[in-house]
Structures are given as C-alpha cells and as structure tokens.
Design a protein around this ligand. Structure first.
Ligand code: HEC
Length: 189
C-alpha cells in the first residue's frame, strides 16, 4: 500500500466512523486528492498553451510547436510537456500516475485501453463540465481512477489538431472536449 493510501485509510479509521461511512469517506478523500492534482496539471497546461504556444506560434508567429521539437528547433507540444512531467512523476513515486488520452487521438497510443477508460472518456465527452470517477482492477491492484475533460482553451489546440495529418477528427471548435486527463491512485497496491 502506498503512503497516500495508508494515510487516507488511517484518517478514515481515526474518525471512529461506521465502516460504510468510512468507506464512502475514503472514496471522497481519493476524489479530493485527485481533483487537487488535476487543478495543478490543468492550470499549468493552460498557461503553457496560452502564454507560450498560442502567443509565440499562433499570434506572434516567431516559432512553431512540433513533436520533432529538437530537429525543428521548435516548442515542445503541450501534450509532450504534459507527458514529460508525468514521466518525471513516475520516476519519483507510485502513489499516483496520470496521462492524457482521447477518443480521437493523433497518437494511437493515447487511445483508451481499459474498459473504464472507454467509459470515462465517453462520459466526459457527452457531459461537458462533469468529471467521471471509478474504480478498476489492473494487474491485481485496485485503482481509483478519475477522468477530467481536456478542453480546447486556445486557438492553437483546435488549429493544430484539425490540420494534423494523423488526426481522426478535423472539426474541433474552441471550448470542445478534445480528450481527457486520467489520474490513477492505487488504493491497496
Ligand atoms: C502544435 C500542435 C498541437 C497543439 C498546439 C496542441 N496539440 Fe494536442 N497533440 C498534438 C499532437 C501531435 C499530439 C500527439 C502527441 C503524442 O502523444 O506524441 C497531441 C496530443 C493531444 C491529446 C492526446 C490524444 C492525442 O490526440 O494523441 C489531447 C487530448 C490533446 N492533444 C489536446 C490538446 C489541447 C486541449 C490543446 C490545447 C490546450 C492541444 N492539444 C494543443 C498536437 C498539438
């Protein structure tokens, strides 16, 4: 069990609550932690896209953003920025992990792979403004898994995806749900 899972369980037991209530509260605690993690992630992601990529690549046109950023001497894509951060976190801790997925992925590796991922991404696409929370067992470990809509917050998001040769969807508009941030917290592993 990770330190986070232990702390959440311990906090629940200290409350001397009846078990069903304690279980329900543990769920809430995972949800609260996940919501706060997501707030930091989505804020950083929006700031990078609006203040770096959109400003320099779309408005000022002084540099481009490209997945081949080294060869092209370009800016790192917002999705790469996000993944590099997730990779650094994974090197430091197994208390949680996160990724950026979509039902319309440019990179096929970003398509949903578990049943809950398919359900969660569909839910947040169909219900703008709502999150989706569930539990899933993967490799013998039970995870609390949360899904948050990834929204087109700048023109750079839609213009780049709509014209990308590998994008299966070419009519994204500002404010659309383009995919989802998935956060996983092991509950007992
Ligand atoms: C300059 C081009 C570009 C910009 C700007 C851009 N994207 Fe992407 N995006 C990509 C590419 C290319 C990938 C695939 C990267 C990879 O995983 O290697 C991607 C990946 C994604 C994914 C994961 C699913 C997939 O398509 O592979 C989501 C969701 C996403 N972008 C949403 C957004 C949002 C929302 C914004 C604005 C905040 C944005 N993108 C800005 C090019 C762009």
């Amino acid at each position: 069990m990770t330190k986070l899972a232990k702390k959440i369980k311990a906090a629940m037991l200290c409350g001397a609550m009846a078990m069903p209530a304690a279980t329900a509260s543990a769920e809430m605690a995972y949800q609260d932690v996940s919501d706060l993690l997501h707030l930091v992630m989505s804020s950083d992601r929006t700031v990078y896209t609006r203040m770096i990529v959109n400003r320099l690549a779309v408005k000022e046109k002084v540099i481009t953003a490209s997945e081949h950023f080294e060869d092209d001497k370009a800016l790192v894509l917002p999705a790469q920025m996000f993944r590099f951060g997730a990779e650094m976190v994974a090197e430091e801790t197994d208390a949680f992990s996160y990724s950026l997925l979509s039902l319309w992925p440019i990179n096929k590796q970003n398509a949903p792979s578990t049943d809950l991922e398919k359900e969660g991404l569909q839910y947040i696409a169909d219900n703008p403004g709502e999150n989706f929370y569930g539990e899933e067992e993967l490799g013998g470990v039970t995870y609390f898994t949360a899904f948050y809509a990834d929204v087109a917050v700048a023109e750079a998001c839609t213009s780049c995806h709509n014209k990308h040769k590998d994008s299966p969807k070419t009519d994204f508009e500002g404010g659309d749900v383009m995919g989802g941030v998935v956060i996983r917290i092991p509950m007992d592993g």
